[in-house]
Design a protein around this ligand. Structure first.
Ligand code: PRP
Ligand code: URA
Length: 208
């Protein structure tokens, strides 16, 4: 599938298996979400632009680099929150902008309840963080918000994606690359990913 990257990394596969396990408790679940997010962010940032920066070592001057563009991390509340620390640890100067969406259980459509983005964009690259890409409604709505804000370089970093959600993203935002730990089989009749991991928000926050 174009523009969709399922991680081939053995550490991701190992951690994802523990994450899916119904026996994994919320503390371990949060730890795994954080770690997988960091590993996927490493893969998702391989094409970030650099600019030259000279540095003085204790012995000599040395040609080096620094990130050229200002990066924004955009976790979708609630479940995306757990991915922030793992990614932020790799790029501590990133800004974090929260978007609050929940999925209406009946219609499966996203409902926006929190958005404090300032009028003008303060970053030039956004990484949308949400562990689950199910119908894709939440991811599409978030990318819509970011494009209206004025940011056009956007990446989606999730953990598990369903073919249905990937197809919706491709339909609305084909240029947005999607980074995942795994692509699962399908959605069930309630819009949950199969085999998936259940409800990512409830499993992190102990609210099941
Ligand atoms: C989950 C998940 C995504 C959304 C995915 O959030 O974290 O945001 O569902 O589903 P979709 O692709 O069909 O839109 P949920 O609405 O359960 O809210 P929560 O994170 O607050 O639990
Ligand atoms: N949201 C979740 O948390 N899990 C799913 O499988 C689908 C949507």
């Amino acid at each position: 599938m174009p523009n969709v990257f399922a991680s081939p990394h053995p550490l991701v596969a190992h951690k994802l298996t523990r994450l899916r396990d119904v026996q994994t408790d919320p503390k371990k679940f949060r730890e795994l979400v954080r770690e997988i997010a960091g590993l996927l962010a490493y893969e998702a940032t391989a094409d970030l632009a650099l600019e030259p920066r000279q540095v003085q070592t204790p012995l000599a001057k040395c040609a080096g680099y620094e990130l050229k563009e200002k990066i924004g991390l955009v976790p979708i509340l609630r479940a995306g929150l757990g991915m922030v620390e793992g990614v932020w640890g790799l790029m501590p100067s990133a800004e974090v902008w929260h978007i609050g969406l929940y999925r209406d259980e009946r219609t499966l459509q996203p409902v926006e309840y929190y958005n404090k983005l300032p009028v003008a964009p303060t970053v030039s690259v956004c990484m949308v963080l949400d562990p689950m890409l199910a119908t894709g409604g939440s991811a599409v709505a978030t990318v819509d918000v970011l494009k209206r804000w004025g940011v056009n370089k956007i990446k989606f970093v999730g953990i598990i994606g369903a073919p249905e959600g990937i197809a919706l993203m491709h339909q609305h935002h084909p240029e947005v690359p999607i980074y995942l730990a795994a692509i699962d089989e399908r959605l069930n009749e309630r819009g949950y990913i199969l085999p998936g991991l259940g409800d990512a928000g409830d499993r992190q926050f102990g609210t099941a």
